[in-house]
Design a protein around this ligand. Structure first.
Ligand code: PEP
Ligand code: MN
Length: 362
């Protein structure tokens, strides 16, 4: 289903946010000295247009640092008047919104733990009705698009037209190198469904470790995202929250310098034709893939009819093990990663079991 939102393009926000949008700043406001020192250093890089800082911190476990609260907004005001950077803070309820608006905050964002809760999102949307403040919506903690889109819709229906989605990764039970799984297909699908919606990436919360951030940021730009939000602290090791994933202003400069901003499209010339030709070839291969999936399905149907007639069980573990093993071996010989072939056959097998169950039960 295509989703229609009424969204102003970033270029018309009047926020001096040149493309790409680079947002940087500490996970949390900790002290006047910490935000001002960090902001002064960040502001030296003219690619950065927005300063982020958490005032009220949603912490997973109690007794952690929960932010300095409204006091920090006064320090942020100084950041803005000294550096000219626009200010962005996280809000999670009506009172946060009112306080932030009163203190002249330029941009608000909803955190991952807020996007999951329609009551909180609605409360925020109701509070912001009538203001045209830009709002960024982080993806919900769980891997899925519905709550993310739902939050954007609630804000949009309250009249907020300056919206950005932030991809900050998704919680997963299986432990990988990431703090939050990137699941890139989800922000890509979001962009497909709402093409006019700017999407930016938060590599800090995806990575959870500073050394993972540059590659994640590059990947975001390679996937045509509109910008990044990076956690930056002048002394990351001593940060009161998310110490492992914050980088120094110098490291941010290096990251930005190394970013390769590829053209989304070669419009004409030799390169354009080359890309077109390759895409045509991919179209042919994809058509063939679909035809083969359909042919495989026909055989599965025949097997199911046979099993039904003879009273044989659907799942035959030996056969399944053999399929997995031989296909993975073959894939490896043809330069395909084990995990890739495994994931594809997982889906194929799941579908085959479903189909056979349907046939057996008619
Ligand atoms: C944050 O940006 O500091 C934060 C709390 O992020 P998230 O909502 O993505 O966990
Ligand atoms: Mn953080």
């Amino acid at each position: 289903m295509e989703i229609e939102l009424n969204i102003d393009p970033i270029a018309e926000w009047g926020l001096k946010t040149e493309h790409p949008v680079i947002i940087a700043g500490p996970c949390s406001v900790e002290s006047e000295e910490q935000v001002l020192t960090t902001a002064r250093l960040i502001a030296q890089n003219e690619m950065v247009s927005i300063f982020r800082a958490g005032i009220w911190k949603p912490r997973t476990r109690p007794n952690s640092f929960e932010g300095v609260g409204a006091l920090g907004l006064k320090w942020l005001k100084k950041v803005k008047s000294e550096t000219g950077l626009l200010l962005a803070v996280e809000v999670a309820n009506a009172q946060h919104c009112e306080t932030a608006l009163k203190h002249g905050i330029d941009i608000l964002w909803l955190g991952a733990r807020t996007t999951v809760n329609p009551f909180s999102v609605q409360e925020i949307a109701d509070t912001l009705k009538g203001s045209d403040i830009p709002v960024m919506v982080k993806n919900p903690v769980n891997p899925g698009l519905d709550l993310w889109i739902g939050a954007l819709e609630r804000l949009n229906q309250a009249g907020i037209t300056k919206l950005i989605a932030i991809h900050r990764g998704f919680s997963s039970y299986s432990k990988t190198i990431y703090r939050n799984e990137p699941d890139w297909e989800l922000p890509i699908e979001l962009k497909r469904r709402i093409p006019e919606l700017p999407v930016i990436c938060d590599p800090s919360h995806i990575g959870g470790k500073r050394e993972l951030i540059p590659a994640l940021a590059q990947q975001a730009f390679d996937l045509e995202m509109n910008g990044i939000m990076v956690e930056v602290h002048y002394q990351p090791e001593s940060a009161l929250s998310d110490a492992q994933q914050q980088i120094t202003p110098d490291e941010l400069n290096y990251l930005i310098k190394k970013l390769i901003l590829r053209n989304p499209e070669f419009k004409n010339g030799k390169n354009g034709n080359y890309l077109k030709d390759l895409r045509k070839k991919i179209d042919v291969v994809d058509k063939e893939l679909i035809r083969l999936f359909s042919a495989r399905k026909n055989y599965v149907e025949k097997i199911a009819e046979f099993k039904k007639e003879k009273g044989i069980t659907i799942l035959q573990l030996n056969r399944w093990d053999e399929i997995m093993k031989t296909r993975i071996d073959l894939g490896e010989k043809m330069n395909l990663k084990k995990e890739f072939v495994q994931a594809i056959y997982h889906h194929i097998h799941e579908d085959s079991i479903k189909l056979q169950t349907e046939i057996l039960n008619v």
